[in-house]
Structures are given as structure tokens and as C-alpha cells.
Design a protein around this ligand. Structure first.
Ligand code: IPD
Ligand code: CA
Length: 351
């Protein structure tokens, strides 16, 4: 397990880099499970992609630091939530889809601070989202103020604020913070992904196991699934039938995976896959704010995101169809995705 004693990766980078993107050193260069120091710290393509929007790596680092500060303040609000307001949570789509006053309070705080610091960037948040809004190519902050609101309202300590910055509709920064466990997951494109335990300030490079355990098939996987709040129709039939097939013994035609886990937060499911404590996460129907932060973190931890539906290796961030797979050999990642797609046959989620 790699242990970083530097509590602020970006502080280190900023001190090392000054304002020059050319001399930029990846955070992986000083971690014990890092890739070799000769690995390029960022790609010329990415420098060009940033330049197209008038940005440098240092701008990303500044945004990342601010997002962390905001996430920690959101965590303080979550930790001080009062029971009487939690049990007064309102319903959205139905009785399993909740919103508390803290969701709106946190999103308001996040939007104010991000817009003040980066007035030219877009902002898309779960609680203020207008249906039909599409993500733009311009730099855009994405905010899920509390992912796992049902857990939060019941006092189940698996919920998090999830923040991302997208560029050309791809996540390039992810910050996901669960204050109840003091788990802060962070990533900047080409700079690696990290888990910081806020109680001690100790940072670990992700995935925790730099040489991944073999993942020959779904049988070797602990799989995250969620149940969503749409509990009828063809999507529900497909979801529940795949959950059953994942678990069923191979003697009866199932994948006989180790087990499934439903943690109640898609953002944290992505982070657990990035960390390597879960092997994969198959999900249709969640929204861009549920996954954008975790996606950035997973990719930097060597994971991949395919579609939940068969055939699409390059799913859109807003497409609501995700199959996240942990760091492993490419052919193993591919085999696990194809095995699950094979279980679906001709069936597909429709959103
Ligand atoms: C929920 C979580 C959960 C998923 C639900 C989402 P919310 O987000 O991501 O994992 O199954 O469909 O609504 O509502 O707690 O922000
Ligand atoms: Ca959410």
C-alpha cells in the first residue's frame, strides 16, 4: 500500500512546478507505488485541450484545491445535520427518492464559491438541474451535493459530496468526500488518484494494490449494483434479472460472482472500484452528477468505464449507462465487460 505523507498533493506540485506546465511533475513521481519517473506527467494532447479553453495545468490544480476546500466544508454541514430536519426529507420522483434541506444548502454554497472563483466556467448541479440541459464543451463544474441522500437521511454513513470539472464533456477533476468516514477521494487528469484519510491527513495513491490481483471473470468479482428508484417496467426487469444472474451458481447458468453490494451511493461505488475494494459496478439510470467525480478518480486509478449496455466502449458521461471496472490487465477488464454484456443478450436499458 502506498503511503503519501504530503497532505496536499497540489501544494507540493505548485511549489515544484511554479507556473510552468512544461516542467510539470506528476504526483506519481514521489509515491512508492508510482509508475517510473520517466512516465510523461501529462500528454501534449491534454495540454492542447486545456489551451483550447485558455487553461493551463496550474488552473486545474487551483480548481482542484478549491473543490477540496468546498467538499470539506460541505462535510461539516453534513456532520452537523439535525435529526428533525433529516426525518423531514421531502420526496422527489417517489418515496424512495429523497431530498433534505442540506442538499439544497450545500449545493447553494458550492455554486456560489465555484462561480465566484471561476466565473467563466459552467455549473451543473443535481438540485438546480433543468431537464433538457446538456453538458457543454466549455469547462463545467458538476455537483452532487449529497450522493446517497437516502443513507444520509437515515444516518447510514455511506454518502458523499461529489464534485467534478469537465472539459469537452469529459471529467478531468474528481473530488468525492464522505465526511462520516473521513474518506476524501481526489484526482486530476494525468496526476493520479488519491485517497486521503482526513483524520490523519495521510494520502494513499489509488489503486491501493498497484499490481492488481487477477480478475479472470465475473466469478472472481465483488460487484456493486444499485436498485435505483424506478421499480417497474422493462428496465426494472432487466436490472433485477442481471442481479440474479450475477449471483446464481454456474451450475444453474449464472456468473456466480463472489457477491453483490449495494452501497446506496453511485459516487462512492465508483471510488470503491478505483480503490480496488470492489471489482466493478454495473449501473443504468443514474445521472451525470452521480458519476462524474468518481469517473475521473477511477480513470486515474487505472480503471475503465464502459457502457452498462452491450457494445459501447466509450459511453457518454451524460448517457446514464455505466459499467466501471477496476485497474487490471486490459484483457481481463475487457473479458469481464464482455461477460456481463453476454448475460444481457439482446436486452438493453432504455433511458
Ligand atoms: C442516488 C444514488 C444511488 C442511486 C440512486 C441515486 P441521490 O443519488 O446515487 O446510488 O441508486 O438512483 O438517486 O439521489 O442520493 O443523490
Ligand atoms: Ca446523487
Amino acid at each position: 500500500m502506498a503511503l503519501l505523507t504530503a497532505p496536499s498533493i497540489t501544494t507540493f506540485l505548485t511549489k515544484t512546478m511554479g507556473d510552468s506546465t512544461a516542467s510539470y511533475q506528476s504526483s506519481s513521481d514521489y509515491s512508492s507505488n508510482s509508475t517510473p519517473a520517466t512516465t510523461p506527467s501529462t500528454t501534449p494532447d491534454f495540454v492542447l485541450a486545456l489551451a483550447k479553453h485558455g487553461l493551463k495545468v496550474t488552473n486545474l490544480n487551483a480548481a482542484h484545491d478549491l473543490m477540496i476546500a468546498i467538499a470539506k466544508d460541505a462535510g461539516t454541514i453534513m456532520l452537523s445535520a439535525e435529526h428533525e430536519f433529516l426525518i423531514a426529507a421531502a420526496t422527489k420522483n417517489n418515496t424512495s427518492d429523497l431530498v433534505t434541506q442540506y442538499d439544497s444548502q450545500i449545493e447553494g454554497m458550492v455554486e456560489d464559491r465555484l462561480r465566484t472563483a471561476f466565473p467563466s466556467f459552467g455549473f451543473l448541479g443535481e438540485e438546480t438541474f433543468k431537464h433538457g440541459t446538456k453538458l457543454a464543451d466549455a469547462p463545467t463544474f458538476i455537483c452532487d451535493p449529497i450522493d446517497g441522500t437516502l443513507n444520509f437521511s437515515k444516518g447510514v454513513p455511506n454518502c458523499a459530496i461529489s464534485l467534478a470539472l469537465t472539459l469537452d464533456k469529459k471529467p478531468v477533476i474528481g473530488v468525492v468526500f464522505n465526511p462520516f468516514r473521513g474518506d476524501l477521494y481526489t484526482a486530476i487528469k494525468n496526476q493520479g488518484a488519491f485517497l486521503t484519510k482526513t483524520a490523519t491527513g495521510t494520502s494513499y495513491k489509488l489503486p491501493l494494490q498497484p499490481v492488481p490481483a487477477p480478475m479472470s471473470s465475473l466469478r472472481s468479482c465483488l460487484v456493486a449494483v444499485e436498485w435505483g428508484n424506478q421499480r417497474k417496467g422493462a428496465n426494472w426487469d432487466l436490472r433485477t434479472s442481471i442481479h440474479k444472474q450475477l449471483l446464481t451458481d454456474s451450475e444453474e447458468g449464472g456468473a456466480f460472482c463472489k457477491s453483490v453490494r449495494s452501497n446506496g451511493s453511485a459516487a462512492l461505488d465508483f471510488c470503491y472500484v478505483a480503490q480496488g475494494i470492489l471489482d466493478c459496478f454495473w449501473e443504468g439510470g443514474v445521472w451525470v452528477w452521480d458519476v462524474a467525480g468518481g469517473w475521473a478518480i477511477l480513470e486515474e486509478a487505472g480503471g475503465i468505464v464502459a457502457s452498462a449496455n452491450p457494445g459501447d466502449w466509450d459511453p457518454a458521461l451524460e448517457g446514464r449507462l455505466y459499467f466501471a471496472v477496476r485497474h487490471a490487465k486490459r484483457d481481463e477488464q475487457k473479458a469481464v465487460v464482455e461477460e456481463l454484456w453476454g448475460m444481457m443478450g439482446e436486452r438493453k436499458f432504455v433511458y
